[in-house]
Every structure is written in structure tokens, then in C-alpha cells.
Design a protein around this ligand. Structure first.
Ligand SMILES: O=C([O-])CC(=O)C(=O)O
Ligand SMILES: [Mg+2]
Length: 221
């Protein structure tokens, strides 16, 4: 089964995202720090991978970048303990949660779902599959993102409020996680705007000399 996870983008049925999982990021947007994981979704049609580009929907002028650690599920899990949750992980990826922040702010005020702000086509750029053996959950992964060569985000997964096993155990109480599903684990501080024509570079550094980086452009039109 594990081999097919290399193609997680084509087998993924759901992308489940965690919001406000780093307290510095919750504070920078004026949100309170959650006492339970806050979850929302993107449709799999949101995937994009370089050399394809991020497309800003035509009536918007910018997007916000959010760099995140993606967790890819191998074994189906439902109502699992934290220990079982660890066994259900098949791998990881570098993921971006591209966000129409102005739309999200309007939707929040209206008490409406965030789907448009978070789930438009190309809102989920992802890097390649990283095998689970390359990242140990007891270590911290550095995730970073730069725009046009300037560092914007540089965080560490040790600062997550809810750990990866906590998140899987929580989600699986309500939603069955299946082979190929992707969890975006939330973004560290430093989110900001990108415009048409900007160049994003993002990366992930782990123990065992794991270094992964990807470049993806925002389309100029
Ligand atoms: O800031 C938001 O929109 C919530 C979110 O996705 C995150 O914290 O990663
Ligand atoms: Mg996010």
C-alpha cells in the first residue's frame, strides 16, 4: 500500500486543515488560542505542484501564504488513540495553505464557512511525498517560506499547540481518515500577502539531514 502514497495527490479524498495551531500565528491575526483543534477542509481540486503556478482568482488582488507540514495517512483510521494514530501515518509533505484573507475576514464576520477563501483551485501547493521514516515525531521540523527572496516564515513544529498524533486522534473521532488523505497541520507566524508574479520558495528541514525545498510562482495574470 505504502508505495502508492507517492501519488497522494491523485488518491487523496480529503484535505483536512488545522487552523490556529501555533499561538504566535493565532495572535498575529487577532484570534484566540484554541482549546480544541479547529478544523476545516479544502477539496482535492485545490492541489497544484510546480512547475504549475498558483492562480489568484480573477476578482481578488492578493493571497496570503501559509507554510505547513502536511501529514499523509496510510491506514484507514476511525476513533484511534494517539498511539494508533502514529501507526496510521504513511508520510509527509511540504504544503502551502494559500488563503484569500480578505474574503476569509468577510466570511468570518458573517459567520459563514471559509470554503471559498481556502478551497479555490491551486490553494494547496504541495511538494513531493516524504516517507514517514524520514521524520521522527519526537523531533522538531523547521518549516520556512520566502517571497521574492525575502524570508517571511520560519517556524518549528515543536511550537504546535496540538501534536500530529493529537490531531489524528481528534479528527478520527468524527471523520474516518483514509489512505491518501492529507492533513495540513497549521501555520507558524509570519503570514503575509503575495501578488501576481511573485516567486515563493518554501522548505522543510528535519533531523537525519532531511532538507526539502520547492519553488512555486504566483501566475502573473
Ligand atoms: O490563519 C488561518 O487562516 C487558519 C489557518 O489556516 C492556520 O492557522 O494555519
Ligand atoms: Mg493554514
Amino acid at each position: 500500500m505504502a508505495g502508492t502514497l507517492k501519488n497522494f495527490r491523485s488518491i487523496c479524498k480529503k484535505i483536512i486543515c488545522i487552523g490556529r495551531n501555533y499561538s504566535e500565528h493565532a495572535s498575529e491575526l487577532g484570534n484566540t488560542v484554541p482549546t480544541k483543534p479547529m478544523i476545516f477542509m479544502k477539496p482535492p481540486s485545490a492541489f497544484v505542484a510546480p512547475p504549475n503556478e498558483i492562480q489568484i482568482p480573477s476578482e481578488w488582488d492578493e493571497l496570503h501564504h501559509e507554510v505547513e507540514l502536511g501529514v499523509i495517512i496510510d491506514q484507514q483510521c476511525r476513533n484511534v488513540s494517539k498511539e494508533q494514530a502514529e501507526k496510521s501515518i504513511g508520510g509527509y509533505c511540504l504544503a502551502l495553505d494559500m488563503t484569500g484573507r480578505k474574503i476569509q475576514d468577510q466570511l468570518k464576520k458573517q459567520g459563514h464557512p471559509w470554503l471559498l477563501a481556502k478551497g479555490f483551485d491551486t490553494s494547496c501547493p504541495c511538494g513531493d511525498f516524504i516517507d514517514k521514516n524520514q521524520i521522527s515525531l519526537s523531533s522538531s521540523v523547521n518549516i520556512w517560506l520566502s517571497v521574492n527572496g525575502k524570508m517571511r516564515q520560519n517556524g518549528h513544529t515543536r511550537d504546535m499547540i496540538f501534536s500530529v498524533p493529537d490531531l489524528i486522534a481528534y479528527i478520527s473521532k468524527y471523520i474516518t481518515l483514509e489512505h491518501g488523505d492529507l492533513i495540513l497541520t497549521g501555520t507558524p507566524a509570519g503570514v503575509g500577502a503575495v501578488k501576481r508574479g511573485d516567486q515563493i520558495e518554501a522548505g522543510l528541514n528535519g533531523d537525519n539531514n532531511l532538507k526539502y525545498a520547492m519553488k512555486i510562482n504566483v501566475a502573473s495574470k
